[in-house]
Design a binder for this molecule. Sequence first.
Ligand code: HEM
Ligand code: HEM
Length: 497
Amino acid sequence: MSVTLPPSVIGAVSPITDMENLDIRLRADATSRRVALVAIASSVVWLLLGSVFGLVASLKLHLPDWLVANPALTFGRVRTAHLNAMAYGWASLAMIGVSAWMIPRLVHTELRIPKAAEVGVWFWNIGVAIGVVSILMGRTDGLEWLEMPRYAADPFLVIGGGLIGFVILATLAVREVDHLYVSVWYIMAAYIWFPVIFVVGNWPTFSGVESAAVNWFYAHNALGLWLTPISLAAAYYFIPKILGRPIYSYQLSLLGFWTLGFFYSLNGMHHLIGGPLPTWMITTSIVASALMIIPVLAVAVNQHMTMVGRFAALRYSPTLRFIVFGAVAYTLVSLQGTFMAFREINRLTHFTHATVAHAHLGLYGFVTMIMFGSIYYILPRLLGREWVSERLISWHFWLVATGLLIYLVPLTIGGIMQGVAMANPDSTWEQVVTAMKPGLIGRSVGGALLTAGHLVFAWHVWLMFRGARARQGLPPFHAVVPTVVGESPEASVGGVR
Ligand code: HEM
Ligand code: HEM
């Protein structure tokens, strides 16, 4: 069964496709294979654990008498275990796997000392496991996003992350290409930025207001200089690659990269609006939040213009479908964030569930969806076999897309109503909680659908690792690319590369 696409989908071969010949890709994949597989497999385990914690935390907010006897299952611990399992277990490990796979391909160089990176991934996993268990036992550092114990869990993350970062940077140092595609810029920068902010964030000498400022310098930059750049790097890699056409503008991609680095790093204090910090610090972060429109629009315009005329390909490529969803969510969450950083709006939303909705539009709609898309592309190439079932991929996509919508809409509306009720000195606490309850129930329904989608995805990944055979004929559902790019080297291997 060969898929024939409308002429509009057929484009020129992208520079990446052009540059990468099959031999280079095979050698690159051979060296990154184990690291990427271990990182991706463990990330999926964390995704399942994190979903259970998230769903339990969500249910507890409207069923407050449920699971209260065991301290490990109280809201404060389960919520925090959820955040850490998702941010450091699922999202970070998936990004490590995806970036370790992308870099050797992009710089035409075998991954240096891949064994060290694999050991790094194991260390990282041990660190997160110690961190999450400690949190459930009630031992934390008491700083948001930095709850994992500084001396028990963090050293494993520092050593593990250090090993992986060293391998990525060592590979870049001996690269065989001069030109660095924008994805390489983002990944390289993320592996330099993250260790700096992680060590500064965990530095034990700060206290009081200083500690809060350093805490949010770290937490915001964990989002902006770690999770965001690697997710953007994946979007910049896969969109042109699957469409078989170059990215719309090289200049725009550079503008987006540099302005992200300059402005995002100044954003952190917008999490402390209204807090006891010098006004100039808060105001600087609000100005920087407004300036974030520049990198966000640069990415949005660039990726949209690359897609224009090729939207039909979304029907054929699951990778593209997840990644374009993620790219659109990036624009939306960033514009929403800029508004939420203005004092007048933050006053209303700060202590409400509208912030939690924003967090999930970013971490789920953007980061998680891009990681799903990337994994759909990478696993068949590393395991040498096609995804078992188109239907499972479709179920996964629609469960999580619908689940996210049901998660976000009631929570955002409920969060705003919560903010309005809290701002009214005449309203009682009971009225505030009642205003919020439908939003919380809606979030649990959405969260249950997301969890169901994760189970479908994890089952499919499990089948892939076990070596199950694809049920459909070849060339497979998601191998539209070789049909599109015609004479490219990819065509010669039936799209499996
Ligand atoms: C099964 C899907 C998910 C469910 C049911 C869920 C549920 C929840 C709940 C109930 C909270 C606590 C909200 C509160 O403190 O009031 C929360 C917070 C959080 N979740 Fe999730 N979540 C899910 C997926 C994810 C994913 C995939 C990520 C990251 C990749 C994530 C990251 C976070 C973060 C960072 C917070 C803290 C947000 C804040 O304090 O503003 N969640 N989640
Ligand atoms: C232009 C870009 C963005 C701006 C200006 C922005 C701004 C904000 C603001 C003002 C808050 C609320 C602070 C509060 O009142 O407590 C917030 C929270 C948050 N944002 Fe964004 N945001 C942006 C993009 C993103 C992206 C891309 C992600 C995900 C990758 C993200 C994830 C989060 C999370 C997880 C929180 C909750 C943090 C917590 O309380 O634990 N944001 N953001």
